[in-house]
Design a protein around this ligand. Structure first.
Ligand code: PXL
Length: 282
């Protein structure tokens, strides 16, 4: 069985980061080890959340794994809370990566043109350096623009602009870059990816669901990272992950009194498993 290490916070309530990555990637048939970077009572969209920083533990945990000879087939990083955490995570990636390890970085920092509470342009630049070490990165437009230090392009610019953003991200070092939240006309939304080694673009769109929830990017990234760890290509994994995200959103809004803080991805897990099986049998 493949083993993936997921490095991000654990928000006890909120359905994002590790509470999303663990169930989704496990369901995809991948052992999911975790390195929790912080414990929060809720994600940061709630008011008054508690925050226990675990930065001081990260190096010792990784050193113990080294001593035990533990290896990972993939390392998937998400929300990170400080410059120091980015630096430590970058070091852990270098210490544990082999030519076969999949390094998958979701620079979870913002959405809809705004960075989350506590992040600024300098932090985004630092996250950009982590992305340069990765095999696959999956920023949304807000995160990509912030890392490149360009203005948020909005979500109705010409397609060439999205392609240029991907070229810039790959030219900095990421082997494959994928943009989430890319529009296709007014009523479709999806992902556009560039394989920096072949120069090939791939894309996949579904109907736009006019609601947004926290953690949706984590649902997408987890499904995509897990599928790639099983051996799916990025074009196959991203389709699977977009369908899973749309299914999760649909399941959420189907309830009149649905959560405002996260998506009901749990309902969509059976279809995710079948979809991944179909890809692996191709
Ligand atoms: O990736 C979403 C996320 C993860 N972790 C924390 C967050 C958020 C989004 O707000 O606050 C702590």
């Amino acid at each position: 069985m493949k083993r993936l290490l997921s490095i991000q916070d654990i928000s006890c309530i909120g359905k994002c980061s590790l509470t999303v990555a663990l169930p989704i990637i496990s369901a995809e048939g991948v052992e999911t080890a975790v390195l929790p970077t912080a414990v929060l009572s809720t994600h940061t969209a709630f008011k008054g959340f508690t925050f226990r920083d675990l930065t001081g533990d990260l190096r010792a945990i990784a050193a113990h794994w080294k001593q035990e000879g533990i290896k990972f087939d993939a390392i998937y990083t998400g929300y990170l809370g400080s410059f120091e955490q980015i630096e430590i995570v970058s070091q852990i990636i270098e210490d544990f990566r082999t030519p076969e390890t999949l390094i998958f970085v979701d620079p979870a920092m913002g959405d809809n043109g705004k960075l989350y509470v506590g992040f600024d342009a300098a932090f985004a630049k630092e996250m950009g350096f982590l992305c340069n070490q990765a095999d696959v990165i999956v920023p949304n437009l807000t995160e990509a623009a912030a890392m490149l230090g360009i203005a948020y392009p909005g979500d109705n610019c010409p397609r060439e602009e999205y392609e240029n953003i991907l070229r810039m991200l790959c030219s900095r070092g990421a082997r494959q870059a994928l943009l989430t939240g890319v529009p296709d006309g007014t009523d479709r939304l999806g992902v556009l990816a560039l394989n920096g080694e072949t120069g090939n673009f791939s894309e996949y769109y579904r109907e736009r669901i006019a609601r947004s929830f926290h953690g949706t990017g984590d649902v997408f990234a987890s499904a995509c990272a897990g599928a790639m760890t099983r051996g799916a290509s990025l074009p196959d994994a991203m389709k699977l992950a977009v369908d899973f995200t749309v299914d999760s959103l649909r399941a959420t809004v189907a309830y009149p009194d649905h959560n405002w803080y996260g998506v009901d991805f749990e309902t969509a897990v059976p279809a995710l498993i079948h979809g991944l099986d179909a890809i692996l049998k191709k």
